[in-house]
Each structure stands twice: as structure tokens, then as C-alpha cells.
Design a binder for this molecule. Sequence first.
Ligand SMILES: [Fe+2]
Length: 443
Amino acid sequence: MIQTAVAPKNRKATAEPRSRESASPSENLLARFHEVRKFSARLAENLAPEDCVVQSMPEVSPTKWHLAHTTWFFETFILKKWVSGYRDAVPEYAYLFNSYYNAAGAMHRRDLRGLISRPTVEETKRFRASIDADVDALVASTGEKLFCEIEPILRLGIHHEQQHQELLVTDIKHVFAQNPLFPVFQKAKIENRNINIEAVKFVQFDEATVEIGHDGNGFSYDNEGPRHRALVLPFALANRLVTNAEYLEFMNDHGYARAEFWLSLGWTTVNEQNWRAPLYWIERDGEWWSFTLSGLRKVDPKEPITHLSYFEADAYANWAGARLPTEFEWERAAAKIDIEGNFVESERFHPAPLNHSPKDHELGQMFGDVWEWTRSSYSPYPGYRAEAGALGEYNGKFMCNQYVLRGGSCATSRTHVRKTYRNFFQPDKRWQFTGIRLARDLS
Ligand SMILES: [Fe+2]
């Protein structure tokens, strides 16, 4: 049933914000909403309008599209549902900025998003401001009972926006990488490079039946549940990520030319795509350079390897006499580790070398830096059912032909990721910050 709230265009000024402690739940959530919305604008603030419209491959969306689509999400799933007599800001945006929600109506083709010069970037910003004001007015005037209905969808919209912030970063990297001028998204921060990366060690885990999935406290996506028990056999997990130096050894050992390390589909892909190095690596005068969001620079041997497909991660693991972890092993190992690391908040936009030597049994770099490929297919947990309606399309319908990644990256928000978070991509995708942590069987 459509609930009655405020008339959308008769807004009252929102009350002066109070401190977070004395604020109501709705004021707190609105503050969070604005914080996250502003961060999207901040990520785009140094981009020229010309940067914001380019689509460099079908999987990449223009910055402008991300800014508009996240706004469409709030308009479609909150304002249209709970604002009585709501009139679309611009009715055609429903078609232009729907991504994949069939139950929400027809949509423009994903691979043609780069052809849409209108709305302009400025008009898109005005669309954002208008929807933000309507969300403000709705939530500020809503009673407790109705807020309880709106709250989970608003929270979902906030997390959805954070997902698109990560895509905005990885997509503009792909766009800039096509440009021979190698544009800089953000200047590199000066860092201490006197870091000694010790040889990798493996931390052992006994066989155990463990609880997997989200426990229901706080926000999670539906694909993180139901929480259930899983038997995890004895295994060992590397105490840090694989570095560029280690991956170079694989390359120098002709890893890309030796079929014995590769899955059949991976081997086909390597040859069809002519892969000889990670995405964004360029060889010049016998040296490897890498395009980063701070421009083109020499490959730093101490940084974690990134922009690898599942196929490359799996081939490297085979070459190294190891394997990729399962998502259950990873979640078990992460259970007692604080979520700290190099996330987007550091505004480094690139993985960082491990800055300390892990103590015995310590696992470094479990969160942030790069998403860690697991060997687990992205499939439903026992008892999972996607809910009915458009929002049931958020995760469930993608549970085919993809692999799970864990831990977040340097483009992920610290406040977005969880120990139970399941990211997923097809095995040939390389434009996300994806890397490797090795595992081994223990018999
Ligand atoms: Fe989306």
C-alpha cells in the first residue's frame, strides 16, 4: 500500500542538525545519507565534464551515469513509494538511469551509456540536489512507524551509493587508461618506501564447523545469509597478499605461455585477449610500468599485485604450488580480525605495501588494498531466497558464472565492507582492484 507522507514540492526547511548523540534515528540516518552523497560529489569534483561522459567498455559506466543512477535509486524505491502524489523530477530518467531492475520498468542499454550527452553533468547535479531535498523532506516529516518502513530501503540506497562510488573510481581509471596523456585522478601521496617485505608465511587452521554468513545485527545484503554452519577442513592461509615482485617471477617464468597452469577457459582467454601481464601494465625499455590513478609509474615490487582476473589468480596459485582459498576459509580466518586497512577513505586509490611484519599467526592485509579472489562460485547459501519485486533483483539473479571476492579494496569504503561481504565478478574481469592471497591444503 502506498503510504502518505509529504507533498514533494512543498518542502519545509529541515531542522538544525543536532549532535549525533542527541539526534533521533531518522536525523542520524539523514546525516549519514548526506555524508555518503557528498562523498560521491567529492570523488567527481576534480573531473572535467568531458571526463564524466566517456564509456571505455561495456562494463564501465560514465561518472555522470553513476551520479544519476544512484539518485534514480532513491527516487524510484523511496520517493515514488512513500511520497503521496510524487511527480518524477524528469520522467525520462526512469528509463535512462534504471540499471537492471526489470520489475522497475524498461531500461536503456548498458553498453550505450557513453552516448548519452544529455542530461549534462550540471543537470545531473541538479537532479541529485532535487532528490536529496525530497528525501530530506520525506524523512524529516515522517512519523516513527513510517520511518521503520523507509529506514531499511534508505540504508540499502546508501550502501548502493557506496558500491557505485567504488565503481566510479575503477571506471574512471579504465577511462583514463585509454588516454595517451595518462591523466591524473589524484596526485600520489608521498610515502615512506623503506619497507621490508618478508617471505610469505602460511597460518594453519584446524578442521572446524564454523558459522558462515551475517548474524542479522546491522545492515547486510541478502546474499550474506542465511547464516549457516559449514565444515571447513584443515587449511593454511598466506599471511599477506601476493606482491608485484612475486607475480613478476611468474611472468619471468613464462607463466602466461605455459598451458599447464591455466584453466581451459582461462587459457582460451589469455590467447584470445593476448594477455601477457596484469591490466594497466606497460613494458617500456625492458621495464614494467603501471597506470595508476596518480598517473603512469614504475611497478613497485612491494605493492600487492592487482587488476588480475580469476584466471590469472588461479594460474599464479598453481605455479606457486598453492591454490586460492574458499570463501568459507577466508571468512573463518577473518572472524577475529578488525576491519582495518587501506580503504577509499585513505584517498590513496591504490594498494599499499604491507607496512609491518606480521607476527606469528597474524594475517596482514585481510581488509582493503585489493579484493581477494576465492575459488568459491557465487551461489546461494542454503535456504536463500531472493525477495519478490525489484529489490529482489539486487543480488540473487547474478548467482551464475561468477566467483566470490572478499575483503574490500582501496576503492571500497571502510563503512561499506563486512567480514561476511560477498563481492562477485566473472572470471575474466580485471578492471576492479582484484588480487591474490594464497591458500594450501593441510592433510
Ligand atoms: Fe546500481
